[in-house]
Every structure is written in structure tokens, then in C-alpha cells.
Design a protein around this ligand. Sequence first.
Ligand SMILES: [Zn+2]
Length: 444
Amino acid sequence: MKVESWIFQPEYESMKREDLEKLQEERLRKLVRYCYENSPFYRKRFKEAGLSPDDIKGLDDLSKIPFTTKDDMREAYPYGMLATSLENVLEIHASSGTTGKPTTTFYSQRDIDIWSEVMARIYASAGAKKGDIIHNAYGYGLFTGGLGFHYGALKIGAAVVPVSSGGTERQLTLARELGTTILCCTPTYAMYLAEYARTKLGWDPKKELKWKSGIFGAEPWSEKLRQRIEDELGLEAFDIYGLSEIIGPGVSVECGEHDGLHVFEDHWLVEVIDPATGEPVDEGEVGELVITTLTKEAMPLLRYRTGDLTTWTTEECSCGRTIGRMGRILGRADDMVKVRGVKFWPKALEEAILSVEGASGHFIAKIERPKIMDVLTIEVEPDPEVFEMVKGDLSKLEPLRKKIVDKVRNAIGVTPNVVLKPVGSVQRFTGKAKRVVDLRKLNE
Ligand SMILES: [Zn+2]
């Protein structure tokens, strides 16, 4: 199904590039002065770098400003990055801190207005409008996904069902009974919903559900997974990108062309750099995404290193937007896995496995080092129909198993052990998927 994608704020999303750059320049100058005057963190940074706000006259001066990193944010926990008085803050989010100290994000009224606006742009791009019923299965709570999608729905005047994450049967029952039209969740969860509807409820999701488009993000996913989701749910899938440090969801979205994600450049100033040297890479080259928040009030960030690897282009898009596009996220610089000296991203595994007919998207890869050599073992479920066909006798699926081995070897350059597993036995994820588990650290 193809939806009618539209542009919520053409005055910004489709403005002439030279006007956009002028606007960015004005906003950057203002932002730098604001940070210097209101953020103790940035004032100190500027002084250490021997930099004054007057040194930043235009976009060409951007590289003079030091990068801001996740570590800076951790060190500043809880209130160190705040650039306004606490009484101007209306909302505070915190990361889980599973990999160290947590980080905080603050929103003033203006920030929430901006958040609503960029999320409204995302909905418009995915064809949502007044009269739609938004099925918001992103988690409400400290995770920024739920509320971001909520505010955007209010802004475009659609009805939002704040179903949040979990309770899959209830989600599906509600979706059918209320007739929700737009699905918002992680791509992994969309797959799970489709599978659950088919296998546990005996539904054909395309017939029972009215979802015409889906807005999927919060984890990198592949083109192959898009095809699966679209086939199974009969909707048009849109990739989005965002991160809580910047605003939550709301940095960028695909348009109906599905050829990259338009970044809302009037709010987010983009650079793509070589993660090793910090130098900019050419348009089209892979590098780390760096974002400066041009308009944020409570917690503005200058040149924030997202850790996410992507590409960038300002080439015009046929949808009519003039704002530039980032590629799909290839992975995180620090999520890359190294097996027998070969580096790859978990997404490459997903892409390879899903390209094999008869293989499902449910898999877990484990990396171990029993002796000297790394061993990569991938447990994969066949498609339920295929599983049914051999009446659960996995030994009859040896050709399928071999095909997966070949595809993965060709994709990443490492030969894996592939083990086929009965349908339903591999772990399901309802939030962000963690499909590659590195057990080597436990054995060291
Ligand atoms: Zn476009």
C-alpha cells in the first residue's frame, strides 16, 4: 500500500537551500552566544579552547567548536548540561545507564513545541493527518519514543492511542477493534506483531488490521526487513531517526521516495565526519553523524557526536523537500563486531539471513572463543510455512541451512555455524533487538 505523503511545513522543509543556509547561520550565531552565556559546561569548553562567541561568524567556523560526546553528558549528569534555570524545565528524561552513568535530557516549553513540530512533519511524511488513529506502541516513560510520538499526533490533530509497549495480544485486539490506521513501534516489534497475529490469533493481519503506514525506528534495520514488514502487514513502512540527546525521535524521516531520511535542517545542523580523525567526509561517504541543535533551549548541544554511521547528501529529492538526506543508519561505531579479525555490523547479518527464501527474521548470533579461534554460531528459525511443510523435522531443511551459511559467509567474510531452530524457540524482542551476543568477554 502506498500512502499520500505530504509536507507539514513546506516553508521550512522546502525552502531554497541558500535561504536555509542563511537561516542556519543566523541560528548558529545566536546559539553559540546563548550557550556561552547560559551553559556553564560550554562556557568552560570555550575558555579551554580559547574561543569566543565572536569567532563563530558562519557555518564555515563550525569546525572551530570542540565536539560534545556522550562521555561529556555522562560526566555532567544530572544537571550539568542544563542551559536554562530549572524552573523553565517542563520535562526530564534519563537514559537507563546500563553501560555506565545515565544521561539526562531536558525540555522547556519551547523545546516541547519544537518536538511536536518535527514529529508532526514525520507523521505528514508517513501520510498521517487529522482523522487518523495513531497506534503508538513506543514505550511511554523515560524512553523518549512514546511521548515524542504522542506530541506529534496532537500537533497534526490525529487521535492517538497511547498503548505503549508490551501486551501484544491486547495491542492487536485494540488495533482491530478501534481500527487504528498508523502503526508506530520498532521494526522488530512490527515483525513480532505480524507473527503473533498470524500464529497465535490465526488472523491474516492484512485483512484484520487497517494499518496503512508504519513509522519504525529506534534501531537500525535493513531493506529486507522493510519488505517483510510491508508484505506481512500490508502497509508502507517509513524509517525514522532520532536520539534522546538531541530531542528523541524527530531528527529525520523518509519521504514517499524512500531514498534516505530528510533531516530537519532548520533545527538540526548536520556534519558527517571520519570518526578516527574528526575531519569531514565528502557527501556520499560513510562517516559519523554529528548534530548541532540550532534551536533548543533547555539543553542545546554543539557538534554532538552521535556515534551513528551514515552518509549525507544535499541533492534535491523529487518529493519537493530541499532539506538534505542521511542514509539509513549502518550501525554504531562502537557496535561493530569483530570476529576472527573481520569487522561487521549486526545489520549485515540480518540483511544476509533475510535474503534467503525460507529463513525468518528471528535469529540470535553468538560469538564465543572456546580455544583460540572465534566461533560464530547463528540460531535461525525457518519461516512457519516451511517448518510446517517438513512437519517440524529440521533435518529435512539442510539445503536451507547451507544457503544461510553461504549468504552470511559472502556478506561478512566469516563462515558461521548455522543451527536451525523450531519456530517460536528463538528469543523475541518487544523493544530494541539485541541479536548479536558476544560471549567472549565472559570466557576471558
Ligand atoms: Zn524526499
